[in-house]
Design a protein around this ligand. Sequence first.
Ligand code: IPE
Ligand code: IPE
Ligand code: MG
Length: 235
Amino acid sequence: MNIPNHIAIILDGNGRWAKAKGMPRSYGHVKGCANLETICDDMKELGVKYLTVYAFSTENWKRSRGEVEGLMKLFRNYLKKCIKISEKNKMKVKIIGDVTAFDEDIQQKIRELEEFSKDYTELHFQIALNYGSRDEIVRGMRRMAEDAAQGRLRPEEIEEETIGNYLDTAGIPDPDLLIRTSGEQRLSNFLLWQLAYTEFYFTDVPWPDFNKAELLRAIDTYNHRDRRYGGVKEE
Ligand code: IPE
Ligand code: IPE
Ligand code: MG
């Protein structure tokens, strides 16, 4: 089996999963967060080199105050716990998104986690927090315009690679496979630039129930895709 080098996942369906069990949405987030730990182990075991997950979007602030507060509490716990997980899996953790919107203690935990794990190379784990692809592009293009205005970058030097280097994912290869759980078939503002040639896999399974067997099913489907990149495959 050909294992994708980079898998991206839109972790969706925590709320519906909990509701179906007569439980509050927050319970779904707790279970979803626990599942993230398991899936990291599975990815490492399978030899996936890059994993990027969408955990909180720039639009998710529109959720009820209670839900947002619950999520922040969960992030605090998880970011702390993730130091141990990164050590266990030898994984380098990077947060993508605009972290300046978070409380200072959360930003501090992010810095500590990134610093602690920066030399690991087994698995590169990107967590998208307060991430929106359009927001990422706006932030990146502002920096690029600033560099041009300061004479550090000439407009004619701008290539596709240049733009990639101004995004939060600079240096990270594009995803080979995108998985979205829980039935919705949209990107919800995730990695618009980076997913240009990625294979998409949608499953009805809600995120808290997404396990290794489901992951293998996604990878198997990916293996039956005919990736072309605009060319024609040799017979
Ligand atoms: C995904 O689950 C987690 C976050 C967006 C934080 P949802 O909370 O979107 O769950 P559903 O889609 O409402 O079921
Ligand atoms: C996308 O899920 C964002 C995350 C999984 C973090 P949403 O549940 O917020 O997306 P929509 O609202 O269904 O498009
Ligand atoms: Mg959702």
